[in-house]
Design a protein around this ligand. Structure first.
Ligand SMILES: [Zn+2]
Length: 516
């Protein structure tokens, strides 16, 4: 702890409970408003379902063209996931229900039902359909859970694996501490008196680290398990390295070194760093980069956000993301849907670094990611009210609004509006504030892409505890898939394939146990 003890100047957090902009600290800050949502498309898919529940494809998508029957082809190229599978793995549109066809059609550019889908895609669209039914009750923006969008292997949950998070601050969110408290340790590199109970109260610095840790490790306590991270059973070690907008290069270095020294004690295998240092630096001379290299040598996989400056002229990648052994994650815009053919890039920083290294190595969802709202804040009160009003029947709408005065002045002023206008205002409030429900909103930035990859890595270490960080990184790179229309320098090896990476780790574990 010597280094963490060296300074004790506690950051003077002010007590305002306003959230920072999404992705606040350091290099991982978001610098662009998200593109317009695709609710029109989603709404049309849903309307189609509502209009003709369970209608047979032949009645709805009827193209009039009988599907060619006869011998199955040997191989089938699925237009949704862009994979080739065995011919027997093709699901014809005759086997798919109307809802699944409507969703696949609305979310797979250029797809038509006669093309069919591979069975895994058909299953994912069916899961999406079920998810949408429960989501519609929430009233907010339609965001599918990350695991579903990635097609993740859900039997691994990071059990027995520790993940350390370096960030501006944290909060003991219910998704992390109920039914069991999984926060194994909390430290502040600038305040030796920091205690776990400090996390029971939020402050403006709590937002970013709360969101990154819950994106990876939340168990969806406040969403009936719906918005669950892939590592929902992992243990967390939370290391505060500054405060909102003020994370210093050297504090990150001290945070990393603290984690390496305590890795064995807390079973830490993965370090997530969704923030960056103050400047670009060569790893040959930079202490923060060298701390990342040391962590890797000590058996820890360092997962770092690339940053969101893809549109800046020098699109700089700063330490620790620029360190050679770090697994650097850029952002993917999956358009909220599990159809590879519709994927695009999110504006992430990219290399070459000062040392000439190509970064990022992979990309993962960096927009439309569900993240928690800090409980007890004005933002939370507003989100709760918007969600309440969105789902209230006409008869009680006005009553519900009057019961919550002074939460949102616009709504107070609108109390006498005609019901359709009031509903329109509520809908606009949900969308403008990225509200999914009273407890979650959607966020963007590579700050959220990195913890998604960290959670996949935790699944891999659960499947194969003997993996080294170098092996885990190699598997993630080898199984990733490039977006065909995006230059390699921007996306590295491409989109992380959560399923393929975890299954490969599992296969290696089985091979190793046979040998032993
Ligand atoms: Zn497919």
């Amino acid at each position: 702890m010597a280094e963490a003890d060296a300074q004790s100047s506690a950051a003077q957090d002010d007590e305002r409970l306003d959230p920072p902009p999404d992705g606040a600290p350091g290099a991982a800050a978001s610098d662009q408003a998200p593109p317009p949502p695709r609710d029109a498309v989603l709404a049309s898919a849903l309307t189609a379902r509502d209009a003709a529940p369970g209608a047979a494809p032949s009645e709805r998508d009827a193209t009039g063209q009988a599907e060619a029957t006869g011998d199955q082809p040997q191989r089938f190229g699925c237009a949704s996931c862009c994979r080739e599978v065995a011919g027997a793995e093709r699901a014809s549109w005759r086997e798919l229900d109307g809802d699944v066809l409507a969703l696949a059609s609305a979310n797979t550019p250029g797809w038509h039902p006669e093309a069919g889908l591979c069975r895994p895609c058909a299953l994912r669209f069916a899961e999406a359909r079920d998810a949408l039914v429960s989501l519609q009750r929430g009233g907010g923006v339609v965001i599918l859970p990350t695991a579903l969008r990635l097609g993740a292997v859900e039997r691994y949950t990071g059990r027995g694996v520790g993940i350390a998070f370096l960030d501006a601050g944290f909060f003991a969110h219910p998704d992390l501490i109920t039914p069991h408290d999984r926060i194994a340790r909390y430290v502040d590199v600038n305040d030796r008196k920091a205690r776990r109970r400090d996390l029971d109260r939020g402050n403006p610095s709590s937002w970013h680290g709360m969101m990154t840790s819950v994106v990876a490790c939340g168990n969806g306590s406040l969403s009936e398990g719906f918005y669950r991270g892939l590592a929902s059973d992992a243990r967390l070690v939370l290391v505060k390295c500054g405060s909102v907008g003020r994370i210093r290069h050297d504090d990150l270095r001290r945070g990393l070194r603290w984690v390496v020294r305590h890795a064995r004690q807390y079973g830490i295998r993965v370090i997530n760093v969704s923030c960056g240092g103050d400047y670009q630096a060569s790893y040959l001379h930079d202490g923060l980069s060298q701390a990342a290299e040391w962590a890797t040598r000590e058996g820890l996989l360092v997962v770092a956000a690339a940053g969101n400056q893809g549109q800046a002229p020098d699109h700089p990648v700063v330490p620790p993301a620029s360190a050679p052994s770090a697994l650097t994650v850029g952002g993917l815009d999956d358009q909220r849907w599990p159809a590879f053919s519709g994927y695009d890039m999110y504006h992430s920083s990219y290399g070459p670094t000062l040392d000439g290294l190509q970064k990022p190595e992979v990309i993962a969802p960096g927009i439309w990611v569900a993240a928690p709202i800090l409980p007890g804040t004005p933002t939370a009160a507003q989100a709760e009210l918007y969600a309440l009003l969105a789902t209230a029947p006409d008869a009680t709408l006005r009553e519900s609004l009057r019961a919550h005065p002074r939460v949102d002045p616009d709504l107070d002023a609108a109390a006498e509006l005609a019901t359709p206008l009031l509903r329109q205002l509520v809908l606009a409030k949900l969308r403008d504030n990225n509200v999914i429900s009273g407890s979650y909103k959607h966020v963007d930035g590579t700050s959220f892409a990195a913890p998604i990859v960290a959670s996949v890595a935790a699944q891999m270490f659960e499947a194969h505890p003997g993996l080294t960080p170098q092996q885990a990184k190699l598997i993630l790179l080898r199984t990733a898939r490039r977006l065909p229309h995006v230059p390699a320098e921007r996306q590295g090896f491409g989109v992380v394939d959560a399923r393929a990476a975890v299954l490969e780790a599992e296969r290696l574990a089985q091979a190793a146990s046979k040998k032993a």
